[in-house]
Design a protein around this ligand. Structure first.
Ligand code: NAG
Length: 147
C-alpha cells in the first residue's frame, strides 16, 4: 500500500519535472505575469528565444564544457546568473538555479529580463543570434488567444 502510494507520488513528480509547455500557454503566462513589459522585446521574440534554447522545456538542465550548467526554458547559465552550488557563480540574478525551473516561470523571467536589460540584449544567447535575430517572427503567436 505504502509502496504503491510512493510509486504514484514519484511518477507524479516525474511528470512535473519533465515539463514541456505549449507555445500559446507560454505566451499566456508571459503576458499575464509581465504587464510591466518585456525589456523592449516582443512576445514573439521571447517565444523564439524559449524555443531555440529549450524547446519549451521548463525543466531543461544542460552541462557546459566549462562545468557550468544552463537552466530552464531560457537556459540561464550558472557561472554568471544563478547559483547551483556546484561551481563558482557570480550569481548576478541573486537566485538559486533550481528556482529558475519552477513551472510558474517567475524566477526564470525575472532573471532573463535582467540579462536582456544589459547592453547586448538577447544577443547574450548564441541560439538567438543564429535562429531568431533579424528573422520574421510573427508566426510565433499564430493561433494564440493572447492579445
Ligand atoms: C526536459 O528536460 C529534462 C532535464 O534536462 C529532461 O530530462 C527531459 O527529457 C526533457 N524533456 C523533453 C521532452 O525533452
Amino acid at each position: 500500500m505504502k509502496t504503491a502510494l510512493l510509486i504514484s507520488l514519484a511518477s507524479c513528480l516525474l511528470v512535473l519535472n519533465g515539463q514541456v509547455i505549449g507555445r500559446c500557454e507560454l505566451a499566456k503566462i508571459l503576458r499575464k505575469e509581465h504587464l510591466d513589459g518585456f525589456e523592449g522585446y516582443t512576445l514573439n521574440e521571447w517565444l523564439c528565444l524559449a524555443f531555440v534554447e529549450s524547446n519549451f522545456n521548463i525543466s531543461k538542465v544542460q552541462e557546459n564544457a566549462d562545468g557550468s550548467y544552463d537552466y530552464g526554458i531560457f537556459q540561464i547559465n550558472s557561472h554568471y546568473w544563478c547559483n547551483d552550488y556546484k561551481s563558482h557563480s557570480e550569481n548576478f540574478c541573486h537566485m538559486d538555479c533550481k528556482d529558475i525551473l519552477e513551472p510558474n516561470l517567475i524566477s526564470a523571467m525575472q532573471c532573463a529580463k535582467k540579462i536582456v536589460s544589459g547592453s547586448s540584449g538577447m544577443k547574450n544567447w548564441v541560439q538567438w543570434i543564429l535562429h531568431c535575430s533579424g528573422r520574421p517572427l510573427s508566426h510565433w503567436m499564430t493561433g494564440c488567444k493572447v492579445q
